[in-house]
Design a protein around this ligand. Structure first.
Ligand code: AMP
Ligand code: MG
Length: 336
């Protein structure tokens, strides 16, 4: 079976084509257009610009897939209906409406968060057949990205309970906003990771809500970080070495908060597996810290190219929700 997934929830335009047979999957095509350069001068995503870019990129990426694949063979289209930015979602909706009608295919509405957690099932980015990873339940599942820091306990793929989420900023958002305070550009996560590797010392930063169950809060940490940067600029020198130290301190603090809570949850819910997904899960230090903190529990991360938003994840989540396929006229978007 062939599924074409379409991602336009935020600032990545993604079209991903997969083939699935029983418990095996093959990536046929993965077209992605990042808008990083467009939003960089603003230090964050500008919704109206993002929508305009999606409108421009979708036909272009689609043409690339069409050039090497007979699209009549596609069985289903999968479309990420939210959560996301309304203008971006509407741009995607307009495209999928036309496409589904032209190809006469049903559309599977996909929850963007589910696309992140299913992404860990693909081990290799190569275009070869591969078996899905088998997950032992119960599993503790984290989605940690630019828009979300959400923790679930899954009894099976179809039975889950949200146990915590951020009450303010997402972890990725905190990294992005703090990077902006350091003049590092958008998105902040990858550059913070790169600089952190060169750090020589750590600054102490607060860990809000650490003892408050499974809720997260990163806004206070962000404010403390930005204050610290101002203090350093006022009384000292914000040289390269200090910026590197600040980057390491920030990511370490965020990762320690997340891992502390997940360690507690893994004991409280006696989970057999950990799943960590979303853009921030691309961070190597984060992965190392997890494995060190909880060596006894198998832990799955997406491979790097599937950690951030893309069309393959949407197609994959579509496959696990085939029964919700509908005529395209029934498709609605859900910003929140
Ligand atoms: P997503 O929302 O899933 O597309 O992920 C984007 C978010 O992931 C942004 O906030 C990025 O700063 C963050 N991110 C991407 N790569 C890394 C990385 N290597 N380390 C930390 N954060 C990252
Ligand atoms: Mg995302």
């Amino acid at each position: 079976m062939y599924i074409l997934g379409i991602e336009t929830t935020c600032d990545e335009t993604g079209l991903g084509l997969i083939e699935v047979k029983e418990n095996r999957v093959k990536i046929i095509d993965n077209q992605l257009s990042s808008q990083v350069k467009i939003h960089q001068p603003y230090g964050g995503v500008v919704p109206i610009l993002a929508a305009r870019e999606h409108e421009k990129n979708l036909p272009f990426l689609f043409k690339r897939i069409k050039n090497s694949f007979e699209l009549e063979k596609v069985d289903y289209l999968a479309f990420s209906v939210g959560p996301g930015l309304l203008p971006s979602l509407l741009a995607g909706k307009k495209f999928i409406q036309e496409l589904a009608k032209n190809l006469n295919k049903k559309v599977i509405p996909v929850n963007h968060l589910s696309a992140h957690w299913y992404s860990v099932l693909i081990r290799k980015k190569t275009q070869q057949w591969q078996k899905f990873i088998t997950i032992n339940f119960p599993a503790l599942v984290l989605v940690v990205s630019g828009g979300h820091t959400t923790l679930y306990v899954f009894k099976s793929w179809n039975e889950r309970r949200k146990i915590g989420e951020t009450v303010d900023d997402a972890a990725g958002e905190c990294l992005d906003k703090c990077a902006r305070a350091l003049g590092l550009g958008y998105p902040g996560g990858p550059e913070i990771e790169r600089r952190a590797k060169m750090a020589k010392k750590f600054f102490s930063l607060p860990k809000p809500l650490l003892q408050k169950g499974y809720q997260f809060s990163f806004a206070g940490l962000k404010t403390a970080f930005i204050d610290l940067v101002s203090q350093i600029k006022k009384y000292g020198k914000l040289d390269e070495g200090t910026v590197n130290d600040l980057c390491a301190s920030l990511q370490k603090t965020i990762f320690e908060i997340i891992i502390y809570k997940m360690k507690k949850a893994s004991r409280d819910f006696k989970v057999k597996t950990l799943i960590v997904s979303g853009g921030v899960s691309a961070n190597q230090t984060f992965k190392r810290m997890f494995k060190k903190a909880m060596p006894e529990i198998p832990i799955y991360f997406p491979q790097k190219s599937l950690a951030t938003d893309n069309g393959i994840n949407i197609a994959l989540a579509g496959y696990f929700n085939l029964s919700s396929a509908v005529e395209v006229d029934k498709i609605e978007v859900f910003p929140r």
